[in-house]
Design a protein around this ligand. Sequence first.
Ligand code: PLP
Length: 398
Amino acid sequence: MANIYKRKIIPYSRHFIDKNDINSVVNVLKSDFLTTGPTVKIFEKKISKFCGSKFSICVSNASAGLHLACLALGLTKKDIVWTSGITFVSSINSALHCNSKIDLVDIDKDDFNISIKNLKEKLKIAKSLKKLPKVLIVVHLGGVSCKMKEIYKLSKQYKFKIVEDASHAFGSKYDGKHVGNCKYSEMAIFSFHPVKTFTTGEGGVVTTNKSDIAKKIYSLREHGLIRDKNKFSDKNQGAWYYEQQNLGFNYRMSDIHAALGVSQLKKLKKFVKRRNEIAKIYKKELNNYPIKFQNLNNNLSSYHLLIVKFPKVYHHKMFDLFRNKNIKVNIHYIPLYMHPFFKFNKKKYSNNLKNSQEYYDTAISLPNYFHITNKEIYYVINIIKKFFNKKNKMISIK
Ligand SMILES: *Cc1c(COP(=O)(O)O)cnc(C)c1O
């Protein structure tokens, strides 16, 4: 039988599964627990240890985690939530699920994360209009941490709460410490979708240091049920008793998924190391070409995404060229103001969020994942080199 899994394309990212991962999942399949049980607990403990957070609450996916984060902070329709102009839709859908109003902050041209300068200006105006956000959802794009100290300072000055959409940043560091330690935020949310740095198939986690937030999220993850008998409104019931005190969801992670996570987490540092090596090759080889790499601000990136900017005039052409060569590059992301559902004034926002628009007009995520071969990387690199060498020749002939 032909191997139907044989890859003919080079994706921008891909999961890596080995025998240990398979055995770990099979062991759970043979055990007493399939849904949330002992393996989720073990996985949560390991995540807390890795990230340096007091609590970790596993959820069915990062979007669910972001939704619970917004609920745990008590967001309602009276509140305003801000996020980056360039992020995945679920960063802001979480606030819309709480009926909150939303707005966008422009990004920095060099690190592609929320621009501190723009944030400062926007906060100043919002204060005078009495329209300050209750929550700012920051996004560590591609795995590069936002400038958390600066944002934290502003959060104290303007009294908003910080949630980290750290979907890209498991294994990344800020100021020498792993993202997810929540030193400068209420919570961080990671995604374990297969394209991210490591996977559980589908899955996510919320990390926090605050026990009241952790308790809320544990409860909301399971329909809003309370199992702590000290918290019951009716204390005269038997051992079977539990109470619903809030409206929650079934956002649990299963032990099957957690088993894959426990085994994958052992390889995480190796994954991040290899992704950094690959980035180094791209940077070295393309040094003399008109390509701009994301600024890491001297922090360690998980390199979930290897984002580069091409000159605007060649951007569309480069994208099509890669796709025609079976290299499944992608654009992360279409600016949020482009999506009709959010009802932003597209023209106004593309004018005001200049860096987000420039990013959209130039950025492409190139292939970068643990088991991509050097041959494949050079195949991608040579396509870029050839394209620009040809352009140069044409210019010099003219
Ligand atoms: C992947 C991603 C999410 C959603 O993750 P899921 O686990 O698929 O729900 C949210 N935000 C960002 C920035 C992402 O890249």
